[in-house]
Write a protein that binds this ligand. Structure first.
Ligand code: NAD
Length: 271
């Protein structure tokens, strides 16, 4: 049997019951990891995800992997404390944190955007990632064996997103969260990286993904010519979580079909 890349590793994936988080969790389970799935929406969806993880582990030859689901809002400090206490209880520690939980802002011109809406997005996408990173770091330091933090960012870490100020702010700041923590903890065996997905087929994009005309309109802007499957994003998380990336820290890996290479310059218009 091929070597599994995450044998025995203990991972927490926030907002991991569907979409990109679910794809990451399944990929990790296939590679031998034990995965805690945090969810804040439907318990039924989380239970479905858990069943898929158990299947993935069994298919990989891992018996009684011990995955579990844990409810909680990452934007609430007390919930994050409870989520990590459950990870301590069930896994006795943690090796990999995936800050995946995220929400979009409602589209609005920035001059009239509701500050409460901006705040709501920052609370989940940024505060949530910070609270979870702090909780993971304290454990990594106490365990003394290093650790990995992976932030699910976006192409909007570097591409502005007019009309979505909260989202844009949250992902821009996530880039500095990745780099700052990477630098602060590099000497202690802790690696911190980000993955920046482009347009990916998940519930977050249901407004265009399920409408052929709108989807074609989106895909027209993507150099590779199509949106991503969540599993294609999960590949980057696996790479960065594994020892294949043992010398990589402080980076955001854009998995975006070429969105961040200036799609508009594919044909010359400037000279
Ligand atoms: P999704 O809506 O399917 O998943 C988001 C998950 O986060 C859901 O399970 C949701 O319940 C959970 N969540 C939201 N608020 C939470 C909270 N306060 N506490 C705990 N969980 C919470 O969408 P997705 O596309 O899978 O998004 C996952 C991540 O990928 C997000 O951070 C998103 O910004 C990022 N991303 C997505 C795309 C895309 O095109 N889909 C592109 C770039 C980045």
């Amino acid at each position: 049997m091929a070597e599994r890349k995450l044998d025995g590793r203990r991972a927490l994936v926030t907002g991991g019951s569907r979409g990109i988080g679910r794809a990451v969790a399944i990929r990790f389970a296939r590679e031998g990891a034990r995965v805690a799935i945090n969810y804040n929406g439907s318990r039924v969806t989380a239970e479905e995800c858990l069943a898929l993880l158990e299947e993935a582990s069994a298919a990989a030859g891992v018996e009684a992997a011990g995955h579990f689901i844990v409810q909680g809002d990452v934007g609430v400090e007390a919930d994050v404390a409870r989520i990590f206490a459950e990870v301590d209880r069930q896994f006795g520690g943690i090796d990999i944190l995936v800050n995946n939980a995220g929400v979009q802002t409602i589209e609005a011109p920035s001059e009239t955007a509701d500050p409460k809406d901006i705040e709501r997005v920052l609370r989940t996408n940024l505060d949530g990632a910070v609270y979870c990173a702090q909780a993971a770091l304290r454990r990594f330091l106490a365990q003394g064996q290093g650790g990995v933090i992976l932030n699910c960012s976006s192409v909007h870490e570097i591409i502005p997103k007019p009309g979505y100020l909260g989202y844009s702010l949250s992902k821009g700041a996530m880039g500095n969260l990745t780099r700052t923590l990477a630098l602060e903890y590099a000497g202690r065996g802790i690696r911190v990286n980000g993955v920046g997905p482009g347009a990916t087929l998940t519930d977050m994009n249901a407004a265009w993904a399920d409408d052929p005309e709108k989807r074609a309109d989106v895909e027209r802007h993507i150099p590779i010519g199509r949106a991503a499957e969540a599993d294609e994003i999960a590949s980057a998380f696996l790479f960065l979580a594994s020892s294949d990336a043992s010398y990589v820290t402080g980076q955001t890996l854009y998995v975006d079909g070429g969105l961040t290479i200036y799609a508009d310059f594919a044909k010359n218009w400037s000279s």
